[in-house]
Design a protein around this ligand. Structure first.
Ligand SMILES: *Cc1c(COP(=O)(O)O)cnc(C)c1O
Length: 493
């Protein structure tokens, strides 16, 4: 079982090395060579989340061995989640919500970023490496805190998160600057998210940084790493089995999953689950005003040359969905040359158009819908009014897509992935529900609790009183020299 880069399909490497490398040497993304990974979901019936995780991860990463996988799973999915089921499922009148926000930072990224550090250190042990891996991460909010929390005090690792000084919410900033751990740094950048992302990418090829990295290897914690995608396959299986166990569906009935989408990582994990044998009818891409994927599914042309919208679902404000590259690779019949050429066109001209055949392959599995800010708010208000369930704006974009999909006459059981706790966006959620909000984010959290009765996640409840540990601010032009100096210090430690 080997992993190939989408852009050259040569130089196959085992899964644990793909986890260490993150990105292929040609800039491509790692994908499994064996499209016949089959997981017998019937055999997983009655198993715990942890047991399902072991089965799925072992199928994708056999090189680790089941004992190591079991240790990684046990270290990740434990009482750092505030629900023993890890990913509970909540029924409502039009289907079910898959609640992915019970982890330490209250967004779905925890499901992958609590286990990635363990997969990474295990991979280091397997190859008997002793160098330090320096994780550089650019964030627009949720990834940063989940990565800081996952990597805190993990041996052989050091993590730095760069966030746009004026581009994250008050709660997201506070979550990051109060992070614990002796191996973590948080840096505010005078610039936007793209500046942060560019800095991190440039650092990977900068001679000054390379020179400073004597006993240090740079890697990434964002969703281009296959070690983040595979753990996300697990919850598609666990949710399907729960639906069978509760009698919501009969064993074998195909189910549709609706996924609030930004970088295309979460929904691509759903596609991998379908390939591995899970009865999935369709995967529905849900987008906000940044509806580049809806246009792509409709026309076959992907164009990032469009206005960027800042929305109340900021984790989906993205114009280049990196993981779509993995789907293009498979939809072209594993044609690495084709994939590389499409990515080159995107880079150089800002757009590409796929063949009719590729488009129809993609449409066989995927539908896409988008909603604007008002529709999003309306979904939050209606659901709360009629069912007393409070959802966050990202989940609400998913709910709107579900309603648009069902309006086309589809009747199969459908699950909306609920990707963040409403408490992370308390001010917007209160306003959408027509309840009084506050300018103070922590006051808003208390009001949301009074209105909804939902327990406040422990990680957010303690946040207000935690000391702020990081106040570094740098201009984006100084990013490379800052990183080089840091690598120099790490190489001496
Ligand atoms: C990251 C994120 C998404 C988008 O997930 P992708 O894997 O990037 O498509 C959706 N909702 C929330 C709350 C997120 O943090």
């Amino acid at each position: 079982m080997q992993y190939y880069s989408t852009r050259s399909a040569c130089d196959p490497i085992p899964g644990h090395q793909a986890v260490i490398r993150g990105l292929g040497p040609d800039g491509g993304l790692y994908v499994p060579d064996d499209s016949d990974i089959q997981i017998n979901w019937r055999e997983l019936s009655g198993k715990t989340y942890q047991q399902i995780a072991e089965a799925v991860l072992t199928a994708f990463f056999p090189d680790y061995g089941s004992e190591t996988i079991r240790e990684c799973v046990a270290s990740a999915y434990n009482n750092s989640f505030d629900d023993p089921e890890i990913v509970p499922v909540r029924m409502f009148c039009d289907g079910a919500f898959m609640e992915l926000w019970h982890g330490p930072t209250s967004a779905f990224k925890d499901l992958a970023l609590t286990i990635l550090p363990h997969l990474l250190t295990a991979a280091y042990r397997m190859d008997a490496r002793t160098d330090t891996v320096a994780i550089l991460t650019a964030t627009s909010g949720d990834t940063g805190k989940a990565a800081l929390s996952g990597f805190a005090d993990v041996p052989h690792t050091d993590i730095t998160v760069f966030y746009p000084r004026d581009g994250v919410s008050a709660v997201q900033r506070k979550q990051m600057v109060t992070s614990r751990g002796n191996n973590v740094s948080v840096v505010a950048v005078e610039g936007n998210f793209d500046d942060c992302q560019r800095m991190v990418k440039e650092a990977c090829s900068s001679p000054a940084v390379k020179e400073a990295c004597r006993s240090v290897t740079i890697s990434s914690a964002n969703s281009i790493n296959i070690g983040r995608l595979v753990p996300q396959v697990v919850y598609y299986f666990s949710t399907y089995l729960k639906l069978v166990e509760t009698g919501a569906i009969n064993a074998g009935d195909p189910v549709t999953f609706v996924v609030p989408t930004g970088n295309f990582g979460d929904i691509f994990a759903g596609w991998l689950a379908k390939q591995a044998g899970l009865p999935v009818k369709r995967l529905v891409i849900a987008s906000n005003d940044n509806n580049v994927l809806t246009d792509f599914i409709r026309t076959g042309t992907y164009s990032r040359l469009r206005e960027f919208h800042e929305t109340i679902s900021p984790s989906m404000d993205i114009l280049v969905s990196s993981n779509l590259e993995r789907l293009l690779f498979f939809a072209s019949g594993r044609d690495a040359e084709m994939t590389a050429s499409l990515m080159k066109q995107l880079n150089e001209t800002g757009s590409y158009t796929v063949s009719e055949e590729m488009l129809s392959n993609i449409r066989a599995d995927f539908s896409a819908f988008w909603c604007d800010e008002n529709m999003c708010r309306e979904e939050i208000r209606n659901l709360f009014e009629h069912e007393r369930i409070m959802i966050d704006p990202h989940t609400a974009v998913g709910l709107s897509a579900l309603h648009q999909y069902q309006a086309e006459g589809h009747k199969e059981f459908a699950v909306v992935l609920s990707t963040a706790s409403p408490y992370k966006f308390a001010q917007d959620v209160l306003k959408a529900a027509g309840e009084p909000s506050s300018d103070d984010p922590f006051e808003a959290i208390r009001s949301l609790h009074a209105v909804s009765g939902m327990p406040v996640p422990p990680g957010l409840a303690e946040l207000e009183s935690l000391p702020e540990r990081f106040d570094t601010v740098i201009p984006s032009e100084e990013g490379i020299s800052w990183i080089a100096a840091k690598m120099e210090r790490l190489s001496h430690d």
